[in-house]
Write a new protein. Structure first.
Length: 359
């Protein structure tokens, strides 16, 4: 009997040991099969829908200053980069002959007026005919027109700024003889510059005068120049299917130059959007989805995305702000797989969503 009892006790102990050892092994295997993942909760940020394009800067007012008459330069007030006011003298040509011609015309006009006045007195007592008075009246009118013409010729020897702006380069020197039509210099307004670019046809319903424009230039890395949309084209290009537009860019410091290449970003609208790190998003064919961690398991969630920036993406549908979005290890997951959340701050992008996107 003692032997039977001892055998039974040994068998029971072996059975319990085997079952306990098996349970611990299964638990250990289950713990090891859970995928380690890092998660982040979506956040609300300011998001801007934008259209990006490239364009060329132009001065709002820009002319090439030329001469209208021939002559020798006797006065020169040109310095490249100099700001001049409207009507300020730039070049004066030798105008002695023009002044003399004007004096001759004025003398002829004075004589014609005296003759007309004498004829009118004689006509009052019928000493001369009315036709003679009319002829002298016409002579006075002709002299007046000739005087105005002489004044214009004299004025053409003075080349002034047609508007306020900045003077360009010039190769003219005092004493040089200039023929009519000779180019002297350029004149541009630079306090506000005109940036011309084109907007794709699909956005014309969202484009309007007054919208904000940000422009950048390779000449000034990291700097942004602010402006506003000022004019919209009236026709869409049949070749490019784009609408030409013009924006005014602030240039009070005068660093931007006409003809300069710039990248433009036109803000269509601004709103608050739910954003997640771009690395969490998986695209397979026509489906875009993420994995979320719920009660120790992964769940696949189909989402709709909106605006994008390097490192971040807006989610417009399919995701709530309280859900834990998997941002590492999701490429090895299937819906329902066990997951183990780890604290891994290095996996989250350092930059925050700045609120702009490329359309």
């Amino acid at each position: 009997m003692v032997a039977i009892v001892l055998v039974a006790l040994a068998a029971g102990g072996a059975y319990l040991y085997t079952n306990l050892d098996s349970g611990e092994g299964e638990a250990s295997a289950g713990a090891q099969s859970a995928t380690a993942v890092a998660t982040v909760q979506p956040g609300w940020e300011a998001v801007r829908d934008e259209v990006r394009a490239v364009g060329t800067l132009n001065a709002i007012h820009s002319v090439e200053v030329t001469t209208e008459v021939s002559g020798r330069v006797v006065e020169l007030d040109l310095e490249p980069g100099q700001r001049v006011a409207e009507g300020e003298l730039l070049v004066r040509l030798d105008d002695r002959q023009a002044r003399a011609d004007l004096q001759v015309i004025e003398a002829q006009l004075a004589d014609a007026r005296r003759q007309l006045e004498r004829a009118r007195r004689l006509r009052s007592n019928n000493s001369i005919s009315q036709s003679q008075v009319d002829e002298l009246t016409t002579a006075v009118d002709v002299a007046l027109a000739q005087r105005e013409s002489a004044r214009v010729r004299l004025e053409n020897h003075r080349i002034t700024a047609p508007f306020a702006g900045v003077v360009g380069l010039s190769d003219i020197s005092v004493g040089a003889y200039l023929s009519d039509g000779t180019s002297i210099t350029t004149l541009d307004t630079t306090e506000r510059m005109e940036l011309r670019f084109a907007v794709p046809e699909r956005f014309i319903g969202e484009v309007g005068v007054g919208q904000g424009v940000q422009a950048t230039s390779p000449a000034f890395p990291g700097e942004t120049f602010e402006g506003q949309l000022a004019e919209l084209g009236t026709r869409i290009s049949e070749l490019s299917r784009t609408l030409p537009v013009r924006a005014l860019i602030d240039n009070r410091d005068g660093r931007l130059r006409p003809g300069q290449f710039m990248s433009a970003s036109l803000t269509l609208r601004e709103r608050q959007g739910l954003v997640i790190p771009e690395q969490a998003v998986i695209i397979r064919g026509d489906e875009t989805y993420v994995f979320v961690a719920e009660e120790g398991a992964a769940r696949r969630v189909t989402i709709q995305t909106g605006a994008r920036l390097p490192g971040w993406v807006e989610v417009t549908d399919g995701l709530g702000e309280q859900q834990a979005v998997v941002i590492t290890g999701q490429d090895r997951l299937s819906s329902g797989d066990p997951v183990r959340i780890t604290e891994d701050g290095s996996s989250i992008p350092d930059n925050r969503f700045t609120g702009s996107s490329e359309s």
